[in-house]
Design a protein around this ligand. Structure first.
Ligand SMILES: NC(=O)c1ccc[n+]([C@@H]2O[C@H](COP(=O)([O-])OP(=O)(O)OC[C@H]3O[C@@H](n4cnc5c(N)ncnc54)[C@H](O)[C@@H]3O)[C@@H](O)[C@H]2O)c1
Ligand SMILES: [Zn+2]
Ligand SMILES: [Zn+2]
Length: 361
C-alpha cells in the first residue's frame, strides 16, 4: 500500500495541497491549505484556475441563505482555466486547453439535459461551490467535463469570459428570455448588481424601447446609465411604483427581479402591466408576499429558475464579436491570497464602488 501511495503521489507531481476558500458555516470563510483535487471519474477534468470571481450567490451562502451548502465546501462556481488532466472518457478537451467553467455541471445525456435543462441534470446541476468543491482555489475538479466546460478560442480576452460562467447566461436566460423581452417593450430591472447588469446588457439584443433600472446605490445606477439604461430610480428615496405608473400607460411589459428579497419582488408585482411578465432571477432565502388576488386578473406570467447555461455558446459569440463587452463589469483585481479582502470589497459595493472582482492565483 505504501509503495502504491508513493507512486500515485509522484505521478501527480509535487503539489499535494493547494489554497482554497472554504465555507465554515454562516458568516465564516477561510483561505486554507486543502488537498489538491484529482481525477475521480473517467468523465472528470482537472482545471488549473487562471481567473475566478465572486457571485452574489456566494454572499448568499455566507449569509446562511443556502443551507444545502455544507461547511467544509470550497466556494466559487465561475472561472476560466487550463486543463491540467483529463479522465479517460473525456473527448472534447485535452491537457493545455483553455476553458470557461460553466457554473452548471451537466452530463448531456439525462432526460433534463436532453431538454437543455442542464440546471436539473440528474448527475450535475449547480453543484460547483455548493455541493462539491468549487473554483475559488488553485485547482478544481470538473465532473462531466465534455458538457460542463466551453473551449476558449485563441486570442480571446479571457478575463471578460469569466462573466460567461454564470452572470451573463443568468441575466439572459432567467431574466431576458424568461421575461420575453421584445422590440419596443418597456422593461424594468430591479437590482443593478452584476446579474442585473447582465440582464441589462443582454436585454438590448432584443431592442426594448425603455429600460428602467432600480437600485439603492447611486453609483451602480450611474453605471447602469452607461450600460444602456434609459431611466434609473433609487428605490431608497423614490416610490418606484408611483413613478413608473405615472411615466408609462399602465406599467412595464417585463419586470426582472435581480436581487432576491421580498421588497424587490414586491416592486415587480406593483409595476407590471396587464399581460406582462415578471422574471425572477434573485435567490430568495425566504417566502414572499405574492399579490395573487391582483395579479391573476391581469394575466401576469411569473417565471423563476436556476440558470441552464444553454445560451453560453451564443453569448460567447456576442462577446467575441464585440456586441457586448463584459469587461465593463470588472472593477477590481485581487490575488487568491487576498480573497477575504475581495469578499469585503464585493460585499460593500456602495462603499467600494465595486461590481465584479477578478481573483487570480
Ligand atoms: N437564478 C439564478 O440562476 C442565479 C444565478 C446567479 C445569481 N443569482 C442571484 O441573483 C441575485 C443578484 O446577484 P448579484 O451577483 O448581482 O448580487 P449583488 O448582491 O451584487 O447585487 C444585488 C443588487 O441589489 C441591490 N438591492 C438590494 N436591496 C435592494 C432593494 N431593496 N431595492 C433595490 N435594490 C436593492 C443592491 O444594491 C445590489 O446592487 C442574487 O440573489 C443571486 O443569488 C441567481
Ligand atoms: Zn453565481
Ligand atoms: Zn444530465
Amino acid at each position: 500500500m505504501e509503495t502504491l501511495k508513493m507512486t500515485v503521489e509522484s505521478k501527480n507531481g509535487l503539489a499535494k495541497t493547494m489554497k482554497g476558500l472554504v465555507y465554515g458555516g454562516p458568516g465564516i470563510i477561510e483561505l486554507k491549505e486543502i488537498p489538491k483535487p484529482g481525477i475521480q471519474k473517467p468523465t472528470d477534468a482537472l482545471v488549473k484556475i487562471l481567473k475566478t470571481t465572486i457571485c452574489g450567490t456566494d454572499l448568499g451562502i455566507l449569509h446562511g441563505k443556502t443551507p444545502t451548502c455544507k461547511p467544509g465546501t470550497t466556494l466559487g462556481h465561475e472561472g476560466v482555466g487550463i486543463v491540467e488532466e483529463v479522465g479517460t472518457a473525456v473527448r472534447n478537451f485535452k491537457i493545455g486547453d483553455h476553458v470557461i467553467i460553466s457554473c452548471i455541471t451537466s452530463d448531456g445525456t439525462c432526460e433534463y439535459c436532453k431538454k437543455q435543462m442542464y440546471s436539473h441534470c440528474e448527475n450535475g446541476g449547480w453543484i460547483l461551490g455548493h455541493l462539491i468543491n468549487g473554483t475559488q482555489a488553485e485547482y478544481v475538479r470538473i465532473p462531466h467535463a465534455d458538457n460542463s466546460l466551453h473551449p476558449i478560442p485563441a486570442g480571446a480576452d479571457e478575463e471578460a469570459l469569466v462573466m460567461l460562467s454564470d452572470i451573463l447566461p443568468t441575466g439572459h436566460e432567467i431574466g431576458v428570455l424568461n421575461g420575453q423581452v421584445k422590440p419596443g417593450d418597456t422593461i424594468a430591472i430591479v437590482g443593478a448588481g452584476p446579474v442585473g447588469m447582465s440582464a441589462l446588457l443582454t436585454a438590448q439584443f432584443y431592442s426594448p424601447a425603455k429600460i428602467y433600472v432600480i437600485d439603492l446605490d447611486d453609483n451602480r445606477l450611474a453605471l447602469a446609465k452607461k450600460f444602456g439604461a434609459t431611466h434609473t430610480i433609487n428605490s431608497a428615496t423614490t416610490d418606484v411604483a408611483k413613478q413608473i405608473l405615472s411615466e408609462t400607460k399602465d406599467g412595464v411589459d417585463v419586470a426582472i427581479e435581480a436581487v432576491g428579497a421580498p421588497a424587490t419582488f414586491d416592486i415587480c408585482q406593483h409595476i407590471i402591466r396587464p399581460g406582462g411578465h415578471i422574471a425572477n432571477i434573485g435567490v430568495h432565502g425566504k417566502s414572499i408576499d405574492l399579490q395573487i388576488q391582483n395579479l391573476w386578473i391581469q394575466n401576469i406570467t411569473i417565471t423563476m429558475g436556476l440558470v441552464n447555461t444553454n445560451t453560453t455558446p451564443l453569448l460567447l459569440k456576442t462577446v467575441l464579436s464585440g456586441k457586448i463587452d463584459p469587461n465593463q463589469l470588472i472593477t477590481h483585481h485581487f490575488k487568491l491570497d487576498e480573497i477575504l479582502k475581495a469578499y469585503e470589497v464585493f460585499g460593500n459595493p456602495a462603499k467600494e464602488k465595486s461590481m465584479k472582482v477578478i481573483i487570480e492565483p
